[in-house]
Design a protein around this ligand. Structure first.
Ligand code: NAP
Length: 288
């Protein structure tokens, strides 16, 4: 019986596989990906690459065959589509005889959160619980990696902008979340029916983040508190889908209300060390 990871051609999934290889031999690991050709590097390592897509129940059920524990990595679509996709993934896992589902959720999933994707995660969490399978819910906070998108502009202009005000957010490196997921997959019985809040080791403001970018680059960088309309214009100029724009805008509305400022000790329990700080993450990312 294998341990399977969905979305392994994505950034988080690829990192989970890398960390899981420190715990399990490649022959015990399978991945389900939408485009198997993109996973040739994983196949070359001896990992069982399977074709899966949350849109297709039969395909997904085949992908989950002979799997004991599976990590379902949340996909990318509007709320109604993604809720249906995740339900298909759970149904497929159950039909295929998977024993334990691990899911990448979000901190404080709520139906009425300003961060609109939150409602998807609440639905999927509840659906997993109702499935009767063993489960582990990884409530991931926001990736520190997302902050890097603003760095080139900050270095060019000195302005690090976001509609964040004084909001404190427990950003955490994606790599730490991947390592935590791998630790759970390597020893699922120790995490049966547990829910973990996986936050950074501190909640930081965007003023502090600007100071980290300044220190790491040696340039003057200041936080600019963008009006919500300006932020929306910028997101629209990137041509992002409406549901993503709504979620990103809502993230900061919720963060300003304190939705994402609570630090949890759970990540240190899974990693055996604290998460890398945002300051160290940025210093590392900007190192020459
Ligand atoms: N906590 C945060 O800050 C944060 C930020 C961004 C996203 N997220 C969530 O966390 C997930 C993982 O993050 P990431 O950085 O790894 O994102 P990513 O690089 O965009 O990877 C997303 C993965 O989901 C897969 N996927 C999308 N739709 C699917 C479907 N219908 N069926 C099966 N797989 C599907 C993609 O498959 P392909 O490889 O075939 O494209 C990809 O592998 C995201 O999908 C999103 O739900 C969290």
């Amino acid at each position: 019986m294998k341990t399977l990871i969905t979305g392994a051609t994505g950034q988080l999934g690829n990192l989970v596989v890398t960390h899981l290889l420190n715990h399990l031999p490649a022959r015990d690991i399978a991945v389900s990906v939408r485009t198997p050709a993109k996973a040739a590097d994983l196949a070359a390592k001896g990992i069982d690459v399977r074709h899966g897509n949350f849109d297709e129940l039969a395909l997904m059920t085949d992908a989950f065959k002979d799997v004991e524990t599976a990590l379902i990595i949340s996909g990318e679509a509007d709320n109604a589509t993604r809720i249906a996709q995740h339900r298909i993934a759970v149904d497929a896992a159950k039909a295929a005889g998977v024993k334990h589902l691990v899911y990448t959720s979000i901190i404080d999933p709520r139906v009425d959160a300003d961060f609109t994707y939150s409602a998807i995660h609440l639905d999927t969490e509840n659906y997993i619980k109702e499935s009767g399978l063993d489960y582990t819910l990884l409530r991931n906070s926001f990736y520190a990696d997302l902050l890097l998108a603003g760095v080139p502009h900050a270095l060019e202009t000195g302005n690090f902008g976001a509609p964040a005000g004084d909001a404190k957010i427990t950003y955490i490196p994606r790599n730490d979340l991947a390592e935590a997921a791998a630790a759970v997959l390597a020893n699922p019985h120790a995490h049966t029916n547990k829910t973990y809040d996986l936050t950074g080791n501190a909640a930081v403001t965007h003023t502090e983040i600007a100071s980290y970018i300044a220190a790491a680059s040696g340039k003057q960088v200041t936080f600019v508190d963008l009006p919500a309309e300006v932020h929306l214009d910028i997101l629209n100029s990137f041509g992002l889908p409406d549901h993503l724009i709504e979620a990103l805008a809502g993230l900061y509305v919720g963060a300003k209300k304190g939705d994402y400022e609570k630090v949890s000790p759970d990540i240190a329990k899974l990693l055996g060390r604290p998460a890398q700080s945002v300051e160290a993450f940025i210093k590392n990312a900007l190192a020459p």
